[in-house]
Design a protein around this ligand. Structure first.
Ligand code: MRU
Length: 355
């Protein structure tokens, strides 16, 4: 996608380093960071310099390739296994992270007896995984665009745009494709407390693409749905269980309930790397619990150009901070994947699951 009309991706491999957009600095600063070792890459996932299921999946894949690059010949496989475990432990919910790590490990295993070839295979596989993520998201846009064109007043939650992937995005990709195809969608952007991925990232992306939008407080979504001002809801997903239950950013479930009550369709868009065939239902999806400080404080830029943290809650209060919730399959109208638009049922999910 474009930043000030220049095509860019969210992250990419650059001579052993990973270069990525520093997402917490957006929308006020566009900063690129370089991560020269897999350990720094892992930290960038856990501290959310990079976030979004597809983007952390791609980062995990590139991180394993980095580890293969860093590993000494002697003890190569032990080093890579330890690095993969370290990367796996960064965030628990998004399936794409595990898909990315496993994809590159498989390529290394295929060349297990020849370390130079294993290194080359790891780098090639990680880059292929990134390209596949971008292409899957482009295809999701193509398939979902007619839905958006027919239902142009759209609500979305969190950021499932190109910043959450390598390029294009999942939930926002059909909006971009419809807009580029001549439609004029209007997007209700949930602010998405506590980390503001909606107001900081989705709104910025839509602005870069020239898509009309308004940021609303999370608690305003039900109001606009009930008032008949929203034609459809579309969100991304961090993990889809085998029965079609969907984990996504905290607050998604509330939005799905309100959509059902208002008779508004609720779509989920995700590449098939988000499907966890071994996760039977939403109850089996691990939900990340993040620091309560994310609720008690806000980050922002001071007038004198400093990135600062300000406490908004009383000094003695504590907070709970689940990062995701699960929307039951029966609230989901359909799931838009790169392999087709399917119902959120065991059969629907099975029909698009990768081998
Ligand atoms: O905590 P994050 O920002 O990594 O959460 C991921 C998300 O942005 C959303 O839940 C998104 O809708 C799905 S990821 C494509």
């Amino acid at each position: 996608m474009r930043v000030d009309n220049v095509h860019t991706r969210t992250l990419w491999w650059e001579s052993g380093s990973i270069r990525m957009i520093d997402q917490p600095k957006l929308p006020h600063r566009f900063v690129l960071v370089d991560l020269p070792t897999y350990r720094e890459t892992a930290t960038a996932i856990s501290d959310m310099t990079v976030r979004g299921a597809g983007a952390i999946g791609a980062t995990g894949a590139l991180g394993v390739a980095q580890a293969a690059n860093e590993a000494p010949d002697r003890g190569f496989h032990g080093f890579v296994t330890e690095a993969a475990n370290h990367l796996r432990a960064t965030r628990p919910t998004a399936q794409n992270l595990f898909a990315g790590i496993d994809y590159v490990l498989k390529a290394i295993e295929a060349e297990a007896d020849n370390i130079p070839r294993a290194r080359a295979a790891a780098i090639a596989a990680a880059n292929a995984f990134c390209d596949d993520d971008a292409e899957s998201c482009r295809r999701i846009g193509e398939l979902g665009a007619p839905i958006v064109a027919a239902k142009p007043r759209v609500s979305t939650h969190c950021n499932a745009g190109w910043l959450a992937f390598v390029d294009w995005g999942s939930a926002l990709s059909p909006i971009y494709a419809a807009h580029r195809g001549g439609a004029d969608p209007f997007v209700f952007v949930d602010e998405t407390r506590p980390r503001q991925q909606g107001s900081q990232l989705t709104a910025w992306e839509l602005g870069q693409e020239g898509v009309r939008h308004a940021i609303i407080a999370d608690n305003a979504t039900g109001h606009y749905l009930k008032a008949g001002e929203i034609d459809m809801v579309i969100v991304g997903s961090d993990r889809i269980a085998a029965n079609g239950d969907v984990a996504n950013k905290i607050g998604t479930y509330t939005s799905a309930l309100a959509a059902r009550a208002a008779g508004v369709p609720f779509y989920v868009a995700a590449p098939t790397t988000t499907i966890a065939a071994h996760t039977a239902t939403g109850a089996d999806i691990p939900i990340e619990e993040r620091s309560g400080d994310e609720v008690l404080y806000v980050w922002g830029w001071s007038d004198d150009g400093r990135f600062i943290r300000v406490r908004t809650a009383p000094a003695g209060s504590t907070a709970k901070n689940p990062a995701f919730d699960v929307t039951p399959a029966d609230l989901v109208t359909a799931i838009i994947t790169e392999r087709g638009i399917v119902p959120a049922t065991v059969e629907g999910i099975r029909s698009v699951t990768r081998a």
